[in-house]
Write a protein that binds this ligand. Sequence first.
Ligand code: CMC
Length: 429
Amino acid sequence: MTEKVAKLTLGDQTFDFPVLQGSVGPDVIDIRSLYAKTGLFTYDPGFTSTAACDSSITYIDGDKGELLYRGYPIDQLAEKSSYTEVCYLLLYGELPTKAQLAEFDDLVTRHTMVHEQMHYFFRGFRRDAHPMAVMTGVVGAMAAFYHDSTDITDPQQREIASIRMIAKMPTIAAMAYKYSVGQPFVYPRNDLDYASNFLHMCFSVPAEQYEVSPEIARAMDLIFTLHADHEQNASTSTVRLSGSSDANPFACIAAGVACLWGPAHGGANEAALNMLRQIGTVERIPEFIARAKDKNDPFRLMGFGHRVYKNYDPRAKVMQETAKKVLDILGVENNPTLQVAKELERIALEDEYFVDRKLYPNVDFYSGIILNAIGFPTSMFTVLFAVARTVGWIAQWKEMIADPQKKIGRPRQLYNGSPAREYQSIDAR
Ligand code: CMC
């Protein structure tokens, strides 16, 4: 097979750049030698055309609306796998055997407790702090509690840090929730699976155990699976960039949590439910559609549109079905928010503005309805996303650390400020 080459012509000079092929997806032009050869940089704010790494974890075909974890379609994993099985797949590349899964589950379960002193750390926060603010602080603080797994050059320490984060994130998230509602922290239970244990830590109180419904636990598990990884999104790229300086894994994941918080990223599930409630009734939908289309109005349909998906987000499909199931199980009939969501989706998908721009519902459009029905306040939605995405961040971070080609991330810029000028003393300004 002849190697593909991209030719760049600058004035009367032509430069060749190799074109690299992945296993699937678009080829990429390898421009690593661009600056050395031409003295030029590329300009790509928002990385709309830039592959920042090579990875074998997750693949998205945005036009087809396809999402694969290690080659497996998300809808098959959502239907057939548990979240910890998916964690194993993302971390180690293959689906586990029964014995491997049992060993992995046991390992994760036995790391769910957090250092007792972390309880005091929590108490330094105001009770009304947003749980994501608490998460950002506490996850970063893990580096102070688990010194013995911060040496990133030691594969064993990297492994322990990974398991610790996957195991302790639900505990920390549940503590953030309990703290915000003024209830005592609930310790994890080793007899429960990952999702059930999380629900137990969130909703049990010393006076009364929370009866974990298997169907609700399954829905929670599914939500975790759907959010587990999404290739080089903003928070994952943040984790990779942080990790490229050899920062410890807890600090890197804390950086990912901070990035995820933004409403254009993980914060969209909270914003989507708030929007659906603000719309309130089906009759008011046209008013909001008009606002979303008005270029002078900053309002956007939250839970709609995606940088990569130019088709229905495959996670949104599973989410919509799950929303219906969960509401049925909980006996919530004719939920007005679900009605508004479905009708809004129907109208938007027929509207020229949304059709032309290929704007479809994304994962966040329906997730809030499910989480709210389970009993979580909106402020916890992004926290749950962070719990689920932790495995993706870690898998991507581990992949990068083990890559012999790893380099510190250091983008360049198109400078538009003042050229060099003489300093003026304060009296002369
Ligand atoms: N409502 C109305 N118009 C929209 C929307 C929307 N939700 N999203 C994009 N557009 C329009 C946008 O105004 C632009 O129109 P025009 O070409 O006329 O200027 C066009 O569609 C392209 O938008 P863009 O902002 O250039 O696209 P992007 O790839 O930079 O942004 C996005 C992607 C997800 C930030 C954006 O679609 C958005 O803000 N959506 C709402 C927030 C949201 O739901 N985020 C969750 C994303 S999925 C989960 C996650 O990644 O965390």
